[in-house]
Design a protein around this ligand. Sequence first.
Ligand SMILES: Cc1cc2nc3c(=O)[nH]c(=O)nc-3n(C[C@H](O)[C@H](O)[C@H](O)COP(=O)(O)O)c2cc1C
Length: 315
Amino acid sequence: MTNATISLAPLRGVTGLRFRQAFQAHMSGLDLAVAPFIATVQGDRVKPEILRGIEPSVQPKGLPLIPQVIGKDARQLRVMLRAMKELGYTQVDLNSGCPWPFVAKKGRGAGLLRDEANLAAMLEAGCEELGEGNFSIKVRLGIEEKTLLAKRLPILLRYPLREICVHPRTAKQMYEGTVDLDAFERICEACTLPLTYNGDIRTLEDYQMLSARFPTVSRWMIGRGIVANPFLAESIRAGKDTRDMARFQAWHADILARYAENAPGDHALLGHLKELWSYLAPTFKQGDQLWNSLKITRTRDEFERVLRLVPLQWR
Ligand SMILES: Cc1cc2nc3c(=O)[nH]c(=O)nc-3n(C[C@H](O)[C@H](O)[C@H](O)COP(=O)(O)O)c2cc1C
């Protein structure tokens, strides 16, 4: 059993509204979710369709949602935060981790760590708009070097942030290589704000290893691990594997129906399903065979036929 806080990581294109709705209808174990990023806009008005994925009336009950913003302009950040406040959100997260070069090179995402003055201006704007303890930041260890976050930490610690969430990789690493736990430990020792650990928690054993190594950390964020195994948060709470094939099938049928309802056709639906199964497939013994067959399907019927033909067994 654990009393830790477990949050769902934002994965743009994966942990959006439909994923969260299906998760909450069939699974449990998550305390909150951070929504995939929404980019700041020019001008003083945010079009409602930009905020569709975080529209409060359709969010699943029991899974508080924290929207996330990506941008580099403090004035534009304020415009977006006001639009989110108008929807009723009191807490918002700032993306300072997106590793894609075309984002980071322009000073957004992980690139925010480069310019000290602008980083401070963004934090200042966020804390002023939302008030103490309501603005947070999700960061990596650095862009090229894993020491940049440690250098910027004194700036972050000047602001009354809700938390700092650290994914201990550099942007250069993207999602490759290993997380640097020694570097996370150094941040952990120096951080006086609430700290969340995020990265490569794929199994109950991963969580047990990390929580033993970092006993002062009580906030854990999980992304790909939950997409690959939607029972993971629940298993962490129970301290044992809670996977159940009948519940998995019910969850899968539900998420497929939700995607289908909102996709304009098979092509769009298959885009969602293939993205989902690129994470799910390795969870099963037949994963390689299954994924090779699924990724070449062209219609919903074909996709469902492949799933019916391959009897699923957990790895
Ligand atoms: C497809 C994909 C989309 C992502 N989108 C976002 C995003 O919108 N905002 C964000 O802060 N991080 C984003 N991330 C990073 C994740 O939130 C998380 O930090 C990363 O996957 C490591 O955690 P994990 O190993 O538990 O998945 C994304 C990652 C992936 C793979």
